[in-house]
Design a protein around this ligand. Structure first.
Ligand code: ARG
Length: 465
């Protein structure tokens, strides 16, 4: 028979098929630890406010601590066929532990505020954990940025996936750190809206019993107590906001993965993954594929799906609690689990990446990526931008159509385009290191700027080992 926290106004036992359909225990058992901790704080408060005798409060706490201990040793057996959800399960497991006093635990409380509490506690830990993993990934990019900045490795940048200009590889790696920093900031920001205690809102209108919600908040480490009981059992926007932050994070990870997939291609060959990370083909013995990056790219779709599910699930619900909201956990847990899985894998695969410096060097010799250098040089010589752009374009066209390298063009050839050009000047303009070093604007790819960025991140992130 099933053990429920309700039933006296019903004449029949619950249909097992309906119970199976409506039960959330298969997934909300993930909240067991938070549920027990919330219960301990609640039990302490009931005693401190003399709502139940102090001895009974102490017995509840003792029993709950036992359950917590069992849980931490993997010894808390929860029979999923017997309970509707984790809240009922913990209550009845406590009863087995300490007897009828357990029936006092649910005083001045409803599962509506209890589940809101558990999900908030889970979300706080999830935010802290994921932020730490983002930080680790940033450190991985920082180490790369430092290494390749010392070696002054240049490469072409891309727009429309076409060769654009010459940049330092480190500048691009530092761009990933910036993206990830904003992801961390967003998580930091949503934390403030998660860190609000809903417990004590009870079903939705509060309690006639003299509970002390501020005491519970203090015990559980919440920095605020919710001001409106109706809102606090109805609200799931904190979870939606968290998932949307994770969706943005997963979009960033997908874009990073995409860069490495492209760079791993035979045509680019800029990077090569570790043999222990890339995978082969069952039919084509030649293949070494960047599957982990592809899966990371693919997983972002799942997180977007979680966001859409919870948004659609919530949009038509009348206040206050509706059972639809039970499904919030499916979206939230999946999004959090996905990011917890993806972030360390991305870090591991990146640490295994070897940069093919020769290929990058060769790619930096593509003279067309210095067209803007020629054009900006002409601007410094008094040309109007449009005119300078036109001349640089003509040189590129001439080189392409005549099959000539710019570096081989004679003074006479160059003078035809502009009297301000000669062989020495042009060879300076198409030199990779000189090119990046000429950049002056704040935040650009010049070595000084890259060194400044590295110093900033070394200060902000834990120092790379
Ligand atoms: N399992 C439920 C959930 O996750 C707990 C709250 C149930 N409340 C109720 N009034 N039926 O949302």
């Amino acid at each position: 028979m099933i053990e429920k926290l309700w039933g006296s106004r019903f004449k029949k036992e619950m249909d097992p098929e309906i119970l199976g359909f409506s039960s959330s225990i298969s997934y909300d058992k993930k909240l067991a630890l938070y549920d027990i901790e919330g219960n301990i704080a609640h039990a302490k408060m009931l005693g401190a406010c003399n709502i139940i005798p102090k001895a009974e409060s102490a017995l509840l706490v003792k029993g709950l601590e036992k359950l917590k201990n069992k849980l931490s040793h993997g010894k808390l057996a929860i029979d999923e066929t017997k309970y509707e959800d984790i809240h009922s399960a913990i209550n009845f497991l406590l009863k087995k532990e300490i007897g009828n006093t357990a029936d006092k635990l649910h005083t001045a409380r409803s599962r509506n505020d209890q589940v809101a509490l558990d999900v908030r506690m889970y979300s706080k830990d999830a935010i802290t954990g994921i932020s730490g993993k983002i930080n680790d990934l940033q450190i991985c990019f920082l180490k790369g940025a430092k290494k390749f900045s010392d070696k002054a490795i240049t490469m072409p940048s891309y727009t429309h996936l076409k060769n654009a200009q010459c940049i330092l590889l480190s500048h691009q790696l530092l761009a990933y750190i910036e993206m990830l920093e904003r992801d961390k900031e967003r998580l930091h920001d949503v934390f403030k809206r998660v860190d609000i205690l809903p417990l004590g809102s009870v079903a939705h209108r509060g309690s006639t019993l003299p509970i002390d919600r501020f005491y519970v908040a203090k015990l559980l480490g919440f920095s605020k107590v919710s001001d409106n009981s109706i809102d606090s059992v109805s609200d799931r926007d904190f979870a939606i906001e968290l998932i949307s932050d994770l969706a943005i994070l997963s979009m960033h990870l997908s874009r990073i993965a995409e860069d490495f997939i492209i760079w791993s291609s035979d045509e680019f060959g800029f990077v090569e993954g570790d043999d222990a990370h890339y995978t082969g083909s069952s039919m084509m013995p030649n293949k070494k594929n960047p599957d982990p990056f592809e899966l990371i790219r693919g997983y972002s779709g799942k997180v977007y799906g979680d966001l859409v599910s919870i948004m659609v699930m919530m949009k038509g619900l009348p206040l206050t609690y509706d059972r639809d909201m039970q499904l919030d956990k499916l979206s939230l847990f999946e999004a959090v689990d996905t990011m917890n899985k993806v972030l360390p894998i991305l870090k591991k695969v990146l640490y295994g990446i070897k940069i093919n410096e020769e290929k990058l060097k060769k790619a930096s010799l593509n003279e067309s990526i210095y067209a803007a250098d020629i054009s900006e040089y002409l601007v410094t010589q008094g040309y109007a931008t449009n005119n300078a752009h036109k001349i640089a374009g003509e040189i590129i066209l001439y080189a392409l159509s005549k099959g000539r390298l710019i570096k081989h063009m004679s003074d006479e050839e160059l003078k035809k385009f502009s009297h301000k050009l000669n062989k020495r000047i042009v060879n300076d303009l198409i030199d990779p290191i000189k090119s990046v070093s000429r950049v002056k604007s704040y935040g650009g790819t010049q070595p000084k700027s890259v060194v400044r960025q590295i110093a900033k991140w070394e200060k902000r992130l834990r120092k790379p080992a």
